[in-house]
Design a protein around this ligand. Structure first.
Ligand code: MG
Length: 212
């Protein structure tokens, strides 16, 4: 008899198409190579001692401020100031709902599992990502890094999620496309499934949660 009662899922790259497709679209549309974006973020981090994307995901910096800082930094590398104001729009145009996983989440809820979502996200992006799937029909709780000021893999955000659901770590299966985030969940006593693709993750989840 399994004691698993609860599923906690990531959003980006699990309930959606792979994020790499969105970054490729940003690169194609803006002409900014992904490597340049990475280097610019690295330089900001080195200079400020804080990772600018993490600060954004922690809700400490508005998106507009993050993009302006990134444009400043890219200007020195590209020789012109890039247009980043459509970043969000381009990113989401390229992002598709991952229907087979979303259907499985709905089925698990139907089967009686408690359902939570734990996402590192950007405050200003909430209406966009929420419009991609029936979030509130499937998930009774959403913990979003930008609204709680904590981000995965900080154990505190997992603990907050468990506390808000009122469940113990040992009752939970955690699903994420970043292994580091899965490792943090396992450390706290959760079962974790590292999402790589639907062909791997769906059977793994079924085996754990819907055996027989
Ligand atoms: Mg993810």
């Amino acid at each position: 008899m399994s004691c698993l009662t609860t599923v906690i899922s990531d959003f980006g790259g699990v309930l959606t198409s792979p994020l790499i497709g969105s970054f490729a679209a940003v690169q194609d549309t803006t002409g900014i190579p992904m490597e340049s974006l990475g280097r610019a973020i690295g330089r900001i981090e080195k200079r400020e001692g804080k990772h600018p994307l993490y600060e954004l995901e922690l809700g400490r910096v508005p998106e507009v401020e993050f993009l302006a800082k990134l444009a400043d930094e890219l200007e020195t590398e590209l020789g012109h100031r890039p247009e980043l104001h459509r970043f969000r729009e381009i990113y989401f145009e390229a992002l598709q709902p991952n229907e087979p996983i979303i259907s499985l989440m709905a089925e698990l809820k139907e089967d009686g599992y408690r359902m939570g979502m734990l996402t590192n996200n950007i405050r200003e992006w909430e209406p966009l990502w929420r419009s991609m799937l029936p979030v509130d029909e499937i998930f009774e709780l959403v913990v979003d890094s930008a609204f709680v000021g904590l981000r995965k893999p900080d154990p505190a955000i997992y603990e907050l999620t468990l506390e808000r659901l009122g469940v113990a770590a040992g009752e939970c299966v955690f699903l994420d496309d970043i292994e580091l985030n899965c490792a943090a969940a396992r450390e706290l006593g959760m079962e974790a499934v590292h999402y790589r693709d639907n062909e791997q993750a769906i059977p793994e989840l079924r085996e754990l949660l819907l055996p027989g």
